[in-house]
Design a protein around this ligand. Structure first.
Ligand SMILES: Cc1cc2nc3c(=O)[nH]c(=O)nc-3n(C[C@H](O)[C@H](O)[C@H](O)COP(=O)(O)OP(=O)(O)OC[C@H]3O[C@@H](n4cnc5c(N)ncnc54)[C@H](O)[C@@H]3O)c2cc1C
Length: 403
């Protein structure tokens, strides 16, 4: 089988790229190893810059018909002082709020819209096992599907297969790890009508808990020092439940719903980036090119922004059969800087805020200066909102639909 573009991975990056290329008339095959999108929680945030992308392609109103929640501001409870950390309501976007929608609903939505284009093919249950090489360039992939192995030849292979990427490894492209001092434990708990409504973080000496209001339940993220899960487990589940109840102040009646450690999923945090995102015939985007820290919850957004930039730069040369390595290099040039700047900010926050917080044993005399400034100067809250909601150098879709 042969196609113009073969995308490994049907996550946010792969599906949005597949959608945009098919929309502009490029034959594209997306290969997803799972049989459906209904999997473990992997982040439910759709940022204002992604809403702008959906508006650019005329999908925003339809997307907002999916059951979702709209978050206008993020707050933090810093040692008892509640402060608005990010106010999205002033962002220059068609919808200035963060949308929370289950990731599988978002992926199903994009896949359904993409299937309306004749050039789009999505194969579920199709695992890419390696890249095919010819004369030193990547010429396609080997894919295993329901016991069969097949070769797919492609003018371009895109690795959008996430941070444990098979494609990148098979193509021999290295990545650089920048280290992360934290891991995150994810779990959810029922939400009662008496609970507060705010979405945000709670900081206490030695711990941090993020609670995302999902209407009927709380999606919780408990931040721990890197590699400390075993020590936490050794202290026992009751101690963990107690800690969640104490930090939140309102989950005491429901923490028993964490029935076993199986209900608690570890996200081993990684911050990494490829020095070179491409080889002749191959481009890496999204988590495959750069794993992000969960700070700001920007991984999905960056993956989608990569997809938009790649589509803008590659659709015409792919459609016209004149793709050159210089086009792939241009995608890295466009997206590396926003990725680098975002990761620098995440690393700075990890080092300056989270590591000292997790090492603390006492409540400080006053809240930290940046938090005090955010409390006093509402205009300042627009900066974190901009960084989280729009990101660095937000992308717009510059492709007309195929005639
Ligand atoms: C627990 C958790 C919570 C998170 N919370 C947030 C959040 O709140 N906000 C946020 O923005 N980000 C969050 N993230 C990060 C976010 O999930 C990623 O940054 C984002 O999904 C990256 O998109 P992607 O398309 O590059 O990769 P992925 O979403 O990882 O998609 C890769 C796809 O490729 C498929 N695949 C893998 N290998 C193969 C193969 N060999 N062949 C075929 N298919 C393959 C996978 O099944 C997957 O569908 C979270 C991640 C985790 C794990």
């Amino acid at each position: 089988m042969a196609t113009r573009c073969c995308i490994a991975g049907g996550g946010p990056a792969g599906l949005v790229l597949g959608y945009l290329l098919a929309r502009s008339g490029v034959p594209v095959v997306v290969l997803e190893k799972h049989d459906d999108f209904l999997r473990d929680f992997r982040g439910d945030t759709i940022h204002p810059s992604t809403l702008q992308v959906l508006e650019d392609v005329g999908l925003l109103d339809r997307f907002l018909r999916l059951p979702h929640q709209e978050i206008g501001e993020l707050t933090a409870d810093v040692f008892g002082e509640v402060v608005v950390m990010a106010d999205f309501r002033h962002l220059p976007a068609p919808r200035p709020f963060l949308v929370l929608v289950p990731q599988w609903d978002f992926l199903d939505f994009i896949a359904d819209e993409a299937r309306k284009f004749p050039h789009f093919e999505l194969r579920m249950g199709a695992r890419v096992t390696r890249v095919l090489e010819e004369d030193g360039r990547v010429a396609g992939v080997e894919v295993s599907q329901r016991g069969d192995t097949q070769e797919i030849r492609a003018g371009l292979v895109v690795a959008a297969d996430g941070r444990h990427t098979t494609v990148r490894t098979s193509a021999g492209l290295p990545t650089t790890d920048y280290g992360a001092p934290i891991d995150v434990l994810w779990f959810h708990l029922p939400r009662t009508p008496e609970d507060p409504s705010r979405t945000g973080g709670t900081m206490r000496p030695g711990s941090m808990l993020v609670t995302l209001n999902r209407d009927t339940y709380w999606q919780c993220a408990y931040v721990i020092p890197k590699g400390s899960l075993e020590a936490l487990r050794a202290r026992g589940l009751p101690a963990f439940r107690r800690s969640v109840a104490e930090i939140s102040g309102f989950l005491g009646d429901v923490v028993d719903r964490i029935a076993s450690w199986d209900d608690v999923k570890l996200l081993s945090v990684q911050v990494s980036r490829m020095p070179r995102w491409w080889r002749d015939g191959l481009l890496c985007i999204g988590d495959a090119a750069h794993a992000m820290s969960p700070i700001g919850g920007v991984g999905i957004n960056l993956a989608i922004q990569d997809a938009v930039a790649a589509a803008n730069l590659l659709a015409a040369p792919l459609r016209e059969g004149r793709l050159l390595p210089a086009h792939l290099e241009a995608v890295q040039r466009r997206r590396e800087w926003p990725t680098r700047v975002t990761q620098r900010m995440q690393i700075a926050l990890q080092d300056a805020l989270l590591s000292p917080l997790l090492a603390r044993t006492d409540v400080p005399a006053g809240v930290p200066l940046p938090v005090r400034l955010l409390q006093r100067l509402p205009l300042l809250r627009r900066l974190p909102a901009r960084a989280i909601g729009m990101g660095v150098r937000p992308e717009r879709v510059r492709l007309p639909p195929a005639g």
